[in-house]
Write a protein that binds this ligand. Sequence first.
Ligand SMILES: Cc1ncc(C[n+]2csc(CCOP(=O)(O)OP(=O)(O)O)c2C)c(N)n1
Length: 293
Amino acid sequence: MSTQLQAAVNEQTADFAHQIRRDIICAIANAGTGHPGGALGAAEIFAALYGSVMNHHPDRPDDPNRDRFILSNGHICAGLYSALARTGYFPVEQLKTFRKINSHLQGHPARVHLPQCVETSSGPLGQGVSVANGLALAARLNNAPSQIFCLVGDGEMQEGQIWEALMTAAHYKLSNVTLLISYNGLQIDGKIDDVMNIDPLAEKLQSFGWSVADIDGHDAAAVVHTLQGTKKSQDARPKAVILRTAMGKGVPYMEHQAAWHGGKLSQEQAREALDALGPAKQYTDFLELEVTA
Ligand SMILES: Cc1ncc(C[n+]2csc(CCOP(=O)(O)OP(=O)(O)O)c2C)c(N)n1
């Protein structure tokens, strides 16, 4: 990719992340409740994956060669739904139905509702890496070039099943798996360090047989560059990327506050958040008008 094109991709990723943040606020305010903190922190990850890194086609979900994404920390699905809508998997209008009765956009992703773009239902933490391993083995058996990306939270890394799956991926040399860890230092009950320390995370992952990168999760260019790199890498090991993120990124009253892991969002709070984020840049931002108390 030329330097000029790469710069355009990086800028587009940053703009996409900005819109994802605006959509998260609108969707959660419309619903009255949700999980804004982790979702806002993962906006660059969703933007990079769906905007440029992944080989995916909304009009051809059955393509056996496409890449796959598993949102293991399903509670932050407001961000995923925005990325899916903005790339054409369903109408953006549907974001207004987030968490409503009979909506396809439930508070945790349900494959039964979105079979064209949700690989597996999630919500119970700790299961995503195991699913990613299964998809990676299947791709290998089918000689498919698919790359499997799996996002987890840092609090989620406390789940035992994750570590079994880490061993499995290394044992079977699943080089087509990339694990993305949104490391914001917080979880539902407070600081990771106070609840159950997961560090030294990079060293633990390396000792389990994974290659590890550790980057700023809000530097769109770094996120794109690193994920492009894991796709192209000839390393036989599975790849882990620790992304340093901020809970509530972009909304000052939410940033670094575990209380914003999940909860209610009033109309006033939503307006304040949208003002702080700044106006839409890339997409039509009609959702703003739909915010209700
Ligand atoms: C197996 C399981 N245990 C507990 C929960 C409840 N729970 C939901 S989110 C969460 C905290 C996760 O922390 P983290 O992954 O850091 O997410 P963040 O707060 O950063 O969004 C917990 C304990 C769950 N969903 N699944």
